[in-house]
Design a protein around this ligand. Sequence first.
Ligand code: 9MG
Length: 276
Amino acid sequence: MEMSFAGRALNMSRCHVMGVLNVTPDSFSDGGRFNRLDAALLKARQMVCDGAAFIDVGGESTRPGAARVSVQEELDRVCPVVEAISRELDVVVSVDTSTPEVMSQAVSLGAGLINDVRALQREGAASAAARAGVPVCVMHIQGEPETMQDRPVYENVLREVGEFLSMRVRVAVKAGVSARNIILDPGFGFGKNLEHNLRLLASLEQLHVLGHPLLVGMSRKSMLGQITGREVDERLSASLAAATISAMKGAGIVRVHDVRETVDAVRVATAVMEAV
Ligand code: 9MG
């Protein structure tokens, strides 16, 4: 199960850690773009030192209620950071975007993975991903980020998430994305309540029948706040538990904020699985 990300080959039957690098204005409190680029690079360097195999660079917040940004603004936020990290660091740069122009530009600047929380549903996204030629993470979402948490409804969340992902794989392949370049993500918190999220996590291994590596993101999410009663900046232990469970259930990538601690947790999970 080897996958190549812009020339970097990784064995996806093991679990890798992806560090989150948001480059939205609220992520770095200082003023100008150059300071923000420096701050992003500093953070990226630290995540690589801490053992991240991927850095996920995103310029548009996907939180419920977040405002949309223009294509130009997203390009301006994301491209300099993708370029600088790709040039300097030994890591796979992932671009967190649903915008075809950002996918194309970021890959031309060195990104090795497209992470699309809208599963290539925006006009032109599937063909841009196909032309880019790098692996793509296709995530399940019910609705749009602005409204997805209003009242999500499923008859059978695992079946419906599986069907949606299979359908999006077919669309991507038809557009020219290689099936061997597709990673799937059940989309924790994207149009799901706590019960839906827990059902999905409890049955995560069943999504392997789709035949693609899995990416999982639960770090600091509100589902963990609902379980523990903790505020967002107090959810490290809960996030580590979620990453460990995901790794034990065969996730190929866990997307997290706390790289150093998660790398240790995933190493323990991997050692246990390899001892069987
Ligand atoms: C950008 N982003 C935020 N949460 C995410 C998740 O759970 N998965 C993926 N693939 N991307 C996410």
